[in-house]
Each structure stands twice: as structure tokens, then as C-alpha cells.
Design a protein around this ligand. Sequence first.
Ligand code: HEC
Ligand code: HEC
Length: 153
Amino acid sequence: MKKNSRNIILALVVGTVLGVLVFASTAYGQDVVSLRGQAALDAQSVPSEITKSQTEVPPMKRVYVQQPPLIPHSIDGYKIDLRNNKCLICHSWANAKMSGATKISATHFKDRDGVELADVSPRRYFCTQCHVSQENVQPLVQNEFMPVKSLRK
Ligand code: HEC
Ligand code: HEC
């Protein structure tokens, strides 16, 4: 008898926790709208607006130490493929002095095992995989991230 009532209480507790979790996840899901908007999967969505790079504002501060810095200039038409990498024409160590661009950091020469290479590591070759132009857009999801005090600038 005692064991039975303990089982019932346990079932109630587990049920309540699961219910709260399911409710929280669906409520969260409804808040987040993707760039496609709320259109059904098989329906045409309104194309998202193409915004202009913000070149007239100073480079935006990095929010955390390991953040890839945003690009403070337009990159329209900059090609990155097997033979050309427009970004390196200004950002490589050889050309940075002449172009006035920031040199790519030493981390960009390391392969995934931390071995230093003589040139940009293949995993850092496609710059726009990590670096994006700074644009005046609203975040899809708000967040309140703050770096730890000792790392704030
Ligand atoms: C014609 C030369 C030129 C080309 C090509 C170029 N950049 Fe730049 N880039 C600059 C200069 C100059 C700055 C510094 C601007 C400033 O600080 O206001 C800069 C700044 C940046 C920064 C900010 C660095 C920092 O320390 O905050 C990033 C990131 C960047 N560029 C990425 C790229 C990427 C990615 C590409 C290719 C898609 C590219 N750039 C192509 C000249 C260039
Ligand atoms: C896999 C992601 C990734 C790729 C790909 C990548 N970067 Fe970066 N980049 C970062 C991160 C993260 C940082 C900041 C931390 C650091 O310096 O490693 C950074 C820093 C930089 C900086 C600032 C350096 C400094 O001293 O402040 C420049 C300029 C830059 N990258 C340019 C480039 C260019 C040009 C390419 C393409 C050839 C490129 N990056 C490819 C992630 C990436």
C-alpha cells in the first residue's frame, strides 16, 4: 500500500515536470521566427531584405574574445574559390602593410592539430564561413550574454 502511493506521487511529479518541459519548448518554438518567416514549408516565403554593409560606422567591438571580428567594409563581389581569395589580397601578412588591413591572426595558420603551416590553413581559407559584414539587422533571438568581468574592454 505504502509503495503504491509512493509510486503515484512519483508519477505525478514526473508528469508535471514533463508537462512543463513540453509547454516551455513549444512556447519557445513559437517565439523564434526564422528568416523565411512563418510561411509553410511548401509555400513561397517573402524573400528577406538585403541590407547594406555598414561602412560608415567604426568596426563593431567584439563581444567575446574568440569572436571572429565583423567585417567593417563591403565585400560585394569578393570571390573566394580554388584560385582566388580576394580577402587575402589585402589581409595576408605579405600584403597587409601595403593595404592597411589587419593581418589575419597567427591562429589562421594552424591546422586542426595545432601544427603551424607556412600559409593560411585550409580550414581558414573560406573567410566568410566565420566573418560577416556588419549590417544594421535585428537579431532573430535576443540574448543577454556578457563576458566575464576580467575580459570586458
Ligand atoms: C581592398 C582591401 C581589402 C579587401 C579585399 C578585404 N579587406 Fe577586410 N579590411 C580592409 C581594411 C583596410 C580593414 C580595416 C578597416 C578599419 O579598421 O576600419 C579591413 C578590416 C577587416 C576586418 C576587421 C578586422 C578587425 O580587426 O576588426 C575583417 C574581419 C575583414 N576586414 C575581413 C575581410 C574579409 C573576410 C574579406 C574578403 C571577403 C576582406 N576583408 C577583404 C581591407 C580589405
Ligand atoms: C573558422 C573560422 C574562421 C575563418 C574561416 C577565418 N577566420 Fe578570421 N578570425 C576568426 C576568429 C575566431 C578570429 C578572432 C580570434 C583569432 O584571432 O583567432 C579571427 C580574426 C581575424 C582577424 C583579426 C586579427 C587580429 O589580429 O585582430 C582578421 C583580419 C581575420 N580574422 C581575417 C580573416 C580572413 C581574411 C580569412 C580568410 C582568409 C579568415 N579570417 C578566415 C575566425 C575565422
